[in-house]
Design a protein around this ligand. Structure first.
Ligand SMILES: Cc1cc2nc3c(=O)[nH]c(=O)nc-3n(C[C@H](O)[C@H](O)[C@H](O)COP(=O)(O)OP(=O)(O)OC[C@H]3O[C@@H](n4cnc5c(N)ncnc54)[C@H](O)[C@@H]3O)c2cc1C
Length: 404
């Protein structure tokens, strides 16, 4: 038991009455629970996946490019310290290429520090879960679905798939970008289906990557190479869904040859090192992030296109903002679902995410448009960015997470 905490209302939590309920033990939901580790609150986290899966999540192909700001936040949560060094390869530089043009737009940290690190999504989930499962103030309901929710003036009620009923003063939905809870509260979202699929897999390659991430907007395909350990990278290929189906049936050897062909052997010979994972690209932006006794977090609030690598970085930031609002309410002895506080979270998170959400979608659309005018525009866009120090600094700050 944490000696700083006043005793929790154990009998209340045992009866299913919590202060805070979080639906979704993904990286965002877990980050919020971890942020409130020392708060005098009873927290319930509800998750479809069972405890064994949460403790050792299977590799899902995602290597999350964490900004320096996110690394600092995960350190505050005590999760970063639980990662092993091979799970945190540094990202020193990012380069953007356009089609066959030899022109390279490069970004690096202005103080010559790494821009961030690449960490498997499964490792982020594992370490956050390890932290949260040690918390005295948190109960985890794993292997169950939050099915029906209702919200009254004095609290929220959640019915679980196993028949149990939980209540709370504040309900937070961190239940994916398609968030059924968001819908159940009558909150709409701007959904953008790009009609494209992203393939991610680990490869070993002949030439060294120098800890440089490459984003290559080629004609008809977008390729990213994210540097992992020596001579290993995450290969990310985005194609329209129809083209993706054509290469889905290739065996590992044929696929490795396909990667060499598509990358024009820039990284030399290639060998597949993991399964291949496919993600249909759909972005989501909720019309509102809060309602009475209700808040959206992570992808449920802002589901980014992965091309600018900001989804979880934003989710983690949001967990700190919402966590800060809840802690401030506790300090002032106010209701943790105080509407003023929730609105503050909404305002701050919208300001932090909307410009990049809009810019990311514009980039994704421009760089998948094969019309000659679009091709011309993207070549010009790269040169313009290079020639505009202010714009470069904004991108560099957003890559390292130091943007306000
Ligand atoms: C290919 C790819 C690459 C990416 N790269 C980056 C990157 O480099 N940098 C970055 O910052 N972000 C990146 N992202 C985005 C990042 O992965 C997401 O933003 C992040 O995983 C979202 O976390 P979340 O907790 O909001 O949601 P999720 O990870 O979707 O978790 C939601 C959880 O809620 C549970 N759940 C849903 N409904 C219910 C219910 N009714 N009851 C109980 N449980 C429920 C689900 O089982 C799930 O565990 C990438 C995404 C993809 C697809």
């Amino acid at each position: 038991m944490n000696p700083q905490l006043p005793p929790l209302a154990e009998p209340q939590a045992a009866k299913g009455a919590f202060d805070l309920l979080i639906v979704g033990a993904g990286p965002a939901g877990l980050s919020l629970a971890a942020r409130l580790a020392s708060a005098p609150l009873s927290i319930g986290v509800i998750e479809l996946q069972d405890k064994a899966t949460l403790a050792a999540p299977p590799y899902d192909g995602r290597e999350i490019a964490l900004t320096q700001a996110s690394i600092a936040r995960l350190t505050t949560l005590g999760a970063w310290q639980l990662l092993s060094p091979h799970e945190t390869p540094p990202l020193l530089r990012a380069e953007v290429l356009d089609g066959a043009s030899p022109y390279v737009l490069g970004f690096a940290d202005r103080r010559a520090a790494p821009l961030g690190a690449l960490v498997p999504n499964a490792a982020i989930r594992r370490t956050l879960f390890e932290r949260v499962s040690q918390q005295d103030n948190c109960s985890i309901f794993a292997g169950v679905e939050a099915q029906r929710t209702s919200i009254q003036d004095d609290g929220a009620r959640v019915e679980l798939s196993d028949g149990r009923v939980l209540t709370a003063k504040l309900l937070v939905a961190a239940d994916t970008r398609f968030s059924p809870l968001r819908k159940s509260q009558g909150i709409g979202a701007r959904m953008i289906d790009f009609g494209r699929t992203m393939l991610v897999t680990r490869i070993a390659h002949e030439r060294a990557h120098g800890s440089v991430a490459t984003e290559w907007f080629d004609h008809g395909q977008t390729i990213a190479m994210l540097p992992l350990q020596d001579h290993n990278s995450s290969f990310v290929l985005t194609l329209d869904a129809r083209q993706m189906r054509d290469i889905q049936s290739m065996d590992a050897v044929a696929f490795a040859r396909e990667v060499e062909r598509r990358t024009q052997r820039r990284w030399g010979a290639v060998k597949l090192e993991s399964d291949r994972f496919y993600y249909p690209l759909v972005a989501a932006y909720a019309e509102r992030f809060v309602a009475p006794r209700f808040a959206l977090l992570g992808d449920a609030a802002v589901g980014m296109h992965p091309v600018t690598a900001h989804g979880f970085n934003f989710g983690l930031r949001g967990a700190f903002t919402l966590g800060g609002v809840i802690l401030a309410a506790l300090q002032r002895r106010r209701d943790i679902a105080d509407p003023q506080g929730l609105r503050r979270y909404e305002r701050d998170h919208r300001r932090a995410t909307l410009p990049l959400f809009v810019a990311t979608n514009a980039i994704a659309k421009l760089y998948s448009d094969e019309r000659p005018v679009a091709r011309l525009a993207r070549g010009m866009a790269l040169r313009l960015m290079n020639a505009t120090p202010g714009a470069r600094r904004v991108v560099e700050a957003s890559l390292s997470g130091t943007a306000p």
